[in-house]
Design a protein around this ligand. Structure first.
Ligand code: G3P
Length: 217
């Protein structure tokens, strides 16, 4: 399973990358706004800066919602760097654009996916990644993990090559459950990644080992 970090914060991307476990980055307009990045030129430069930190795929989201606009924006994003994946919302013109990009060999990430039917459409259109959102489904008291299991199962039965990229990850248990469900990728903020390190018995055990080691020094 690949680990992507879901942020536009360069320091956090560097920190996750330095751990040696990072396979890529996902961003969205909200995450870009959170970093205070404004203006087309700054936004495009920021994507290139991210690509220069990590080795894997970097999702950059289009703002347009009409086919021509999505294609125009997506082609400009894809031309920025070979690591760029064009992130396209799950809407009618988005599906059309994903098919267009797929035919041109441009990688895509179909975002804002909340149902198995949407995931089928994304795969049929040839999306490289499909992004079902866990946290936002949990927020409305809907079992998000069932969705991950359904998509993984459907893609497996029908041999779809689209990778399941579990998004809107809020905590370590989401990551573990997605791994068990067979998600190809999880994308999450830095904190849930770092929280995987934590276990009280590790801390207690290390303290004891270090105390005992001192006896031989
Ligand atoms: O990649 C999508 C993700 O950023 C959404 O996360 O926490 O805003 O639901 P969240």
């Amino acid at each position: 399973m690949k680990f992507f970090i879901d942020t536009a914060n360069l320091d956090q991307i560097r920190e996750a990358n330095d751990l040696g476990i990072l396979d890529g980055v996902t961003t969205n307009p909200s995450l870009m706004a959170k970093e205070g990045i404004k203006g087309q030129e700054s936004i495009l430069k920021h994507y290139v800066d991210i690509c220069n930190i990590v080795e894997g795929d970097v999702s950059a989201e289009v703002i347009a919602t009409d086919f021509e606009g999505i294609v125009r924006e997506g082609e400009a994003l894809a031309a920025l760097h070979p690591q760029i994946v064009v992130k396209v919302p799950m809407i009618k013109d988005g599906v059309k654009a994903i098919k267009y990009f797929s035919n041109k060999g441009i990688k895509t990430n179909c975002t804002l996916v909340f149902s198995p039917g949407q995931a089928i459409l994304a795969a049929k259109a040839g999306a490289t990644y499909v992004s079902p959102f866990l946290g936002r489904l949990d927020d409305i008291s809907t079992d998000s993990l069932t969705l991950i299991h359904q998509i993984v199962n459907i893609y497996s039965i029908h041999g779809f090559e689209t990778q399941v990229l579990a998004a809107s990850i809020r905590h370590a248990m989401h990551i573990v459950a997605c791994a068990e469900a067979g998600a190809d990728v999880v994308t999450c903020p830095l904190e849930p990644i770092l929280s995987l390190l934590k276990h009280p018995l590790t801390d207690i055990g290390l303290e004891k080992f270090l105390a005992d080691a001192k006896k031989f020094m």
